[in-house]
Ligand binder design. Sequence first.
Ligand SMILES: *Cc1c(COP(=O)(O)O)cnc(C)c1O
Length: 489
Amino acid sequence: MELIFEKSVEGRKGFRFGDSDVPVRVQVPAAYARTQDAPLPEVSELDVVRHYTRLSQMNFSIDTHFYPLGSCTMKYNPKFTEALARLSGFTDLHPLLAQLSGGERWTQGALQILYELQQWMGEITGFKHFTMQPLAGAHGELTGIMLMAAYHKSKGNHKKKYVIIPDSAHGTNPASAAIAGYETITIPSNKDGGMDLQALRDAVNEQTAGLMMTVPSTYGVFEPNISAIAEVIHAVDGIMYYDGANLNAVLGRFRPGDVGFDVMHINTHKTFTTPHGGGGPGAGPVGVNDKLAPFLPVSRVVRRADGAFALDYNFAQSIGYIASFYGNFGLLVRAYAYLLMLGREGLADTADHAVLNANYIMKKLAPYYKLCFDRICMHESVFSASQQAARGVHAIDIAKFLIDQQVHPPTVYFPISVPEAIMIEPTETESKQTMDYYIGKMVEADKLSQTDPAVFKEFPKTMPVSRPDEVKAARDVKTSFFAATTDAA
Ligand SMILES: *Cc1c(COP(=O)(O)O)cnc(C)c1O
C-alpha cells in the first residue's frame, strides 16, 4: 500500500503562496505558533490529480459497474438532471433570500419547484400535504414519527407507548421510532413474507401509537392485507406509517394514501434517481393526509391567491423546523427534472420495468439458488445461498467472487431473518445484456462451488485490498495517514 499512498518528495511543491500584504495586527501567542512547518505531503498538482483519479477508479459506482444492491435501488442517475441542478439560478440562490422583505420576488422559480414537487408527489402517492425538508429516508421516518407523536399529544392519547414493526423492516424503522421516544414491538412474517395478522391483533392495544410498514417489503413481496392491518391500527387511533423506500416498484400503479396509510416518506435517491452520494446529501420528503397536516414542519411553501409562491410559517401546531431551510434543494431540483422528463406514463413504465427486470433475474437464478418466496416478486428478490453454504461457499464468498467479475455484489446477509441471504435489485435502468452477464456470473459461482469450493477464499484477487477485517475497519477507523503512522511507530 505504501507504493500507492506515499507520494511525498521532500521539497516538491504544488502551490506557493506569495508573501502576505495584510498587516499583522495581533500576533499569535508564542505558545500556539508553529515553530516548524506542518508535516504535509509534499506533492505537485499532477501527483495529486493522478492519486485521486486512480483512487476513484478503484471504486465501484453506478457510472462504472452494474450495481444490484438489494434494498438500495442503485439506478442510473441521468446526467441532464445534474446539468439542470448546476444552473447558476439555483446554485447562486441564497437560502435566506426568500425570507427577506421583498425576497420572494427573486425566489419565485425555486419556490415554484418546491410547490409543484409537493403537488406532484401528492398526486403520485395520494397524500395531499408534503414537506420537502427531511434530508434522507431515515430522517423522513423520524419526521413522520414526530408527526405521529404530535398527533397523539394533540388528541390527549397519553397512553401511546409502542410502534409496531414487522421483522422484515429496514433497521432505520426501529431506530427512528426509538429516537422519537417510542418502544418497538416486532411482528413476525408469515410464510409468504407478509404480516402475520393474528400476531398483529395480539400485539395491538391502546398503547399502540402506530405501525411502520414497507410495501412492497424488503422481501420484495407485496402485502395483500393492508386494509385489514389499517383497520386494526386505526381501531386504537394508531397511525399507519408507509416506508416509501420501495415506491419505485409501484409508481403509477398503487397509491399508499388511498389504502389506509396516514403518513409516508419518499427516498428521492431511490425512487426519483437522485444520486445516493456516497453517504452525502439525500432527500426524504414526507407526505401526510389531513389528519396529520397541522403538524407538518415549517416553513411550508404555499401559493397565494394572486398566484405567487410564498413561505408560510403560520401553523400553530407545527413540529417546527426539521432541517435547515428547505432541505437539500439541489437534490429536489434533480427529482423535479426527472419527474418532468418521465411524466405520468413514464413513471408507470419505470415501475413495470423495475418489476420485470427483478422477476427476470429471479426466474433465471431459481434453478441454482434457493428462493426465499416462490412467488412473483416486485422490485427485488431474495435468495438464500444455503445450498452453496453446505459446500463451504457462503454468501460473502459469492459476493467477493462477483467483485473480480466486475459487478458490484448484491446485498448479502440482509434481511437478517434469511440465513445466507442474497438480495438482488437490478432496477429498471439495466439492459437485458447486462443482466444476462450478471446471471451468467452467478451461475458460474454456483458451478465453482461444486468443483472447487476452496478457491473462493482467495477472492477477490483483482482488488488492491482483498478481505479487510470489517469489524475492525468500522470500530478502529484510521482517517489520517499521520495517526496511522504514529500508531505503527
Ligand atoms: C433505504 C431504506 C431506508 C433508509 O433510507 P435512507 O435514505 O438511506 O436513510 C428505510 N427503509 C427502507 C426499506 C430502505 O430500503
